[in-house]
Design a protein around this ligand. Structure first.
Ligand code: ZN
Ligand code: ZN
Length: 363
């Protein structure tokens, strides 16, 4: 399974380069990344030669199951997590990094108030930076999350009926992914018919599928800890010609961008390739979001494929490529796949067909 010890060692190396001896990790996803612990309200203190997970009595059994051998500090009743952090920091002393992105000002005040012999310094994205590069186990987990999502979608595709509402379709998809082995879903699925597909983040409604001639579905599965993210459009044979044309443009934009993915290329270069195809077809203004995002334990991680994102792609990163064209009052098309950056280029992890012919179904 996951090698949490190696992750913590990489973090220590990174800390030393920044001049810190230790860090208080408060972002729950980062705590999970470094320990495998999935409970709440817990912090991780990583220092030179060891680490301590600060938690409370509710999680004692879970901690033993999920992070065997890890040192823990179970806060006494009446002491909150900030007081527990203060106690542990006080015991160790020195300069301690904290995660400025996830610690609220109130929590920071509670921890630092009265702290002696400890200097707290805010840092940003130290653990998130490590999380960008996926190792073999993480890639295997992502592949599994993708497979569960794809099987769920195939089941939905075969079960669509005109009287089914968007909400029912979304629930069907969630249940199907779970029945194929997913732990849950990455985010509540988007099922949006016709004009509602023009909203990149549409909520499913009680509108029935039979009332529209096409559907946009954006969904993913969580299969332990890692999340997949895909988008497909489905259409009946009563297809508006405009839809087929727009689909072709989005398809080409996505293919151009995916083709160019390899280590050493910047994220904005990839974004620009897709944007150019869409602008050339006359829909530049209708592609109003970034091309894609990193994927892992969070649904949106670094790096970002977007304008002015100068980050360089590196082997081991996993990103989505999801161009879209949205026309208010008419509808929208987005195609989204998950791509691994490999040493020699890339691998498309998603296997679900993107071809127009497979987008056409009967309902
Ligand atoms: Zn998505
Ligand atoms: Zn996405």
């Amino acid at each position: 399974m996951f090698d949490f010890e190696t992750r913590r060692d990489r973090l220590r190396k990174r800390l030393r380069r920044e001049g810190f001896g230790s860090i208080l990790v408060t972002n729950p996803v980062n705590v999970t990344y470094l320990t495998g612990f999935t409970g709440e309200d817990s912090y991780l203190f990583v220092h030179d030669d060891d680490c301590i997970l600060l938690s409370d009595g509710r999680f004692e059994v879970q901690l033993k199951e999920e992070c065997r051998g890890l040192e823990t500090y179970i806060r006494p009743l009446g002491k909150n997590i900030q007081q527990a952090a203060q106690h542990v920091l006080q015991t160790h002393g020195g300069q301690v990094a904290f995660e400025a992105d996830s610690l609220s000002v109130a929590d920071w005040e509670s921890i630092s108030d009265g702290l002696r012999g400890v200097e707290l310094a805010g840092t940003r994205g130290l653990v998130e930076e490590l999380r960008q590069i996926k190792d073999r186990e993480e890639i295997a987990a992502l592949r599994l999350a993708i497979r569960h999502a794809e099987r769920g979608f195939e089941a939905l595709r075969a079960s669509l009926r005109p009287e089914m509402t968007e909400i029912e379709a979304a629930h069907f998809l969630e249940a199907a992914m779970r029945s194929f082995g997913a732990e849950g879903f990455s985010f509540p699925p988007i099922v949006a018919g016709g004009p509602r597909a023009a909203l990149p983040h549409a909520q499913p409604t009680r509108q029935s599928i039979g009332e529209t001639s096409f559907l946009l579905v954006d969904w993913g599965a969580r299969s332990p800890l890692y999340r997949s993210d895909l988008t497909r459009v489905l259409a009946t044979d009563r297809i508006p010609p405009k839809l087929k044309r727009i689909y072709g443009v989005v398809f080409e934009a996505q293919a151009r961008a995916i083709d160019a993915i390899r280590p050493g290329v910047t994220c904005d270069e990839i974004d620009a390739l897709a944007r150019k195809v869409i602008a050339k077809a006359g829909f530049g203004k209708q592609f109003n979001h970034g091309l894609g995002h990193g994927l892992g334990m969070d649904i949106h991680e670094a790096p970002r494929l977007a304008r002015q994102s100068a980050q360089i792609l590196r082997s081991g990163m996993v990103v989505t490529v999801e161009p879209g064209i949205y026309i208010p009052g008419w509808g929208g098309v987005r195609i989204e796949d998950d791509i691994l950056v490999t040493r020699s280029g890339h691998e498309v992890l998603t296997r679900l067909s993107r071809n127009w012919d497979d987008a056409v179904v009967d309902w």
